[in-house]
Design a protein around this ligand. Structure first.
Ligand code: SOE
Length: 388
């Protein structure tokens, strides 16, 4: 009999649905050392919470996350709420001896991220482990990119080009949701999607960003309060009351890495036509690779050792020997957005089972947070070069 791993999750919106799906699916496709049980879901509104628990498959509910943490039948707390709540919940859960999975970005400030990292270090000594949810690391093609860099196939890394392009805020009447409120989200495109490409760039290149020069811009300064919220954006009432957008709409920056590579980063929710173009391109001394989440099962690879003019070759990352893919469908059948979350749970449960630190750790996510802070400081000071 496999021992249970009893999960308590806080939040049940977009990320809550993605994580619920992952907890349910992971043990059905992967052999895990512990059996995840969807024990309790927490949220403030009792009616909506009950409906979400029924739909997503949770056994019980708590209208106060503190109560969730007090429960003896919870082993792991999964945090899927806006960033302003991450630090308080994560630290309380770790102090109570629970494992923690926390959505990205880790926090809304470096100070919070430092406190969370210190709590994670202290908890680790007592056997409780913490991980941050940078789910794109678990996309097979991007994971393959990391494997190729680690194998030395690219040689010395010289350029990292990373973009995260969406367009769901282009409608000026998209409502003023929490993602546009600095007090709740910490920042805009920068933290919401820029954090993903910073993490991916540092992880794949194996090197930290050491300095940046940045521009932040807010194109639409006021938006309707309320309105119909559909998916991420939706449509607000154009004639109703408006409130201020307090975060960036776009973040652009150049960067240096510790290994001497140079980087260019761009994160925006205003790139019309680009729906979820999370892109990473790396140029090394021997080879290059390129990835675009809008074609997420493919990795493009150019090897200077190939015959001249061979061009980039497309690797379909669906072979059984590619990361994660052997547990799914036959070659070429492809995976989707939700699989990244399932693989995240698989890696986390395996690490907990082995008593090893899962990655990205809170310390890894703190480094991302430091880059976010440096970008904001640089942008606020006419793009001055700012050390991380
Ligand atoms: C919204 O921009 C968002 O949902 C992000 O918050 C997620 O982290 C990303 O995976 C998709 O886009």
């Amino acid at each position: 009999m496999t021992e249970p791993l009893r999960i308590g999750m806080v939040g049940y919106a977009f990320m809550g649905a993605a994580h619920s799906h992952a907890w349910r699916t992971a043990p059905r496709f992967f052999d895990l050392p512990l059996a995840p049980e969807m024990t309790a879901l927490a949220g403030r509104d009792a009616d909506r919470l009950a409906a979400a628990a029924a739909k997503l498959g949770w056994d019980s509910t708590e209208t106060d996350w503190r109560r969730l943490i007090e429960r003896d039948d919870i082993d792991l707390v999964d945090i899927c709420v806006p960033g302003n709540l991450h630090a308080e919940i994560a630290i309380a859960a770790l102090e109570a001896g629970k494992h923690v999975l926390c959505e990205k970005p880790l926090a809304n400030s470096v100070e919070e991220a430092e406190a969370m990292t210190a709590a994670a270090e202290a908890a680790k000594a007592n056997g409780a482990l913490a991980m941050c949810g940078f789910s794109y690391r678990r996309t097979p093609a991007l994971s393959l990119a990391k494997r190729l860099v680690d194998s030395g196939a690219l040689g010395e890394i010289r350029h990292v080009r990373a973009q995260y392009l969406q367009d769901w805020l282009t409608d000026e009447n998209a409502p003023l949701t929490w993602r546009l409120d600095k007090a709740k989200s910490g920042s805009g495109s920068l933290g919401d999607i820029g954090a993903h490409i910073i993490d991916a760039a540092q992880w794949i290149s194996g090197s930290d960003v050491t300095g940046v020069s940045a521009i932040l811009e807010t194109f639409v300064k006021e938006r309707p309060v309320g309105g119909d919220f559909v998916g991420l954006g939706g449509h607000g009432g154009a004639d109703g009351p408006k409130g201020p957008v307090t975060v960036d709409d776009a973040a652009v920056f150049t960067a240096r890495f510790a290994n001497n590579a140079v980087g260019v980063f761009e994160a925006t929710r205003f790139a019309l036509g680009r729906k979820n173009a999370m892109r990473v391109e790396v140029n090394g001394s021997k080879a290059s690779l390129a990835f675009d989440f809008e074609d997420m099962n493919s990795l493009w690879f150019y090897d200077a050792a190939d015959e001249p003019n061979a061009g980039f070759r497309k690797i379909q990352a669906t072979e059984p020997e590619h990361p994660y893919t052997g547990n799914w469908w036959p070659v070429g059948h492809g995976l989707g957005y939700e699989h990244g979350f399932t693989h995240q749970v698989v890696d986390l449960v395996n690490a907990i089972g082995a008593g090893e630190q899962p990655t990205p750790s809170f310390a890894d996510a703190l480094q991302v947070q430091r880059v976010l802070a440096a970008v904001e400081a640089s942008a606020a000071d006419e793009s001055r070069w700012t050390a991380v």
